[in-house]
Design a protein around this ligand. Structure first.
Ligand code: HXC
Ligand code: NAP
Length: 283
């Protein structure tokens, strides 16, 4: 189904968006909105079949004569693979106007069980991957006076039990974003982060919840609902649009007010969720 939007369908005609992690979930939702607004869209991830499925959906959304879609395999931990992916994007779709760094990994793990490689893996995907993507796209973004959008998470600034690795990674992502806003502003490049709240129907929420937890967590959101993929995509197209021409260096919370209530409920209810290695005492 074509995403609902109040924006003109040709808003991003002739522009190119490159979206890491664009084969699923929130990032695919963001890709759908860019495609529906006329952009060429490149999506990258580790899994060819997933990207091909997503690309078929995106092609269905393109307006006649509108944007093209490029699924391109790259692991964001591999800077050379990302550099090749962004170069291929330039050749097939044109230079990148919008980079969305959304690839991420997560699992629940108490700090005292987390192995160095477990911690490093999430830092590598979320933080190093965001840096690699921004660095690889820089020349094209400078040419187009484009923008960067990082998909962050509330763990960046609200510590949550069993999310040490994610908190460290996403705090790094938000600070990376601020530095790039400062350093690359002189090239006309804007940089911003989006912090989604809990988003219905996503892998991220599936890994961090259960039907029992959901009921209480949903009721605790000031707006009394979980977010949708479209809620996040609307924020992304706003940040990439001329309406946000003077917005740079900001962390945009799209969470129904959820981070205002802190993590006390999370820290209590997370202990009911399954762990790979269950802890003996959870008191
Ligand atoms: C403890 C774990 C673990 C777990 C993996 N590890 N899963 N430790 N509990 N459940 C450890 C492994 O033991 C290993 O350390 C290290 O992490 C690397 O594991 P691999 O499986 O080799 O990593 P890899 O194949 O690279 O996969 C990365 C991954 C995986 C993050 C572990 O889950 C993945 O690919 N995720 C992508 C999809 C995803 O996570 N989507 C959700 C994004 S949502 P050792 O020491 O054994 O070698 C999000 C949250 C936002 O980011 C907030 C939502 C509300
Ligand atoms: P998702 O569907 O699992 O999205 C993650 C994507 O990243 C997948 O398409 C995955 O594809 C890709 N990816 C993972 N590791 C990669 C790697 N090393 N290289 C390239 N691509 C990789 O999860 P989601 O819940 O929609 O999350 C999307 C973003 O929103 C993440 O940044 C997450 O932190 C953020 N977020 C989510 C929520 C939520 O409620 N879901 C809340 C706050 C923030 P492959 O596995 O095929 O590579």
């Amino acid at each position: 189904m074509t995403p609902q939007t109040l924006l003109p369908p040709n808003l991003f005609a002739g522009r190119t968006a490159f979206i890491t992690g664009g084969g699923s979930g929130i990032n695919l939702g963001v890709a759908r909105h860019f495609a529906a607004l006329g952009a060429h869209v490149a999506i990258c991830g580790r899994t060819q079949a997933r990207l091909d499925d997503a690309a078929m959906q995106l092609r269905d959304l393109a307006t006649p004569g509108g944007g093209r879609v490029l699924p391109v395999v790259a692991d964001v931990r591999d800077p050379a693979a990302l550099a090749a992916a962004v170069e291929r994007t330039r050749q097939e779709l044109g230079p990148i106007d919008v980079l969305v760094a959304g690839a991420a990994g997560n699992f629940l793990c108490p700090a005292e069980q987390l192995s160095p490689n477990g911690f490093r893996t999430v830092i590598d995907i979320d933080l190093m991957g965001s840096f690699h993507a921004a660095r690889a796209a820089f020349d094209q973004l400078r040419e187009r006076q484009g923008c960067l959008i990082f998909i962050s998470a509330p763990q960046s600034f609200v510590p949550q039990a069993w999310q040490l690795h994610v908190g460290a990674a996403k705090a790094g992502v938000d600070n990376l974003m601020r530095n790039l806003a400062v350093e690359w502003g002189r090239f006309g490049i804007r940089a911003n982060s989006i912090v989604p709240g809990p988003i219905e129907g996503t892998e991220g929420l599936r890994r961090l919840s259960s039907p029992e937890v959901d009921e209480r967590a949903r009721a605790a959101v000031p707006l009394r609902r979980y977010g949708t993929v479209d809620d996040i995509a609307q924020a992304a197209v706003f940040l990439a649009s001329p309406m946000a021409a003077y917005v740079s260096g900001t962390v945009l919370l799209v969470d129904g007010g959820n981070s205002l209530v802190g993590s006390a409920l999370w820290n209590e209810t997370v202990k009911t969720l399954p762990l790979r290695n269950p802890v003996e005492s959870q008191s």
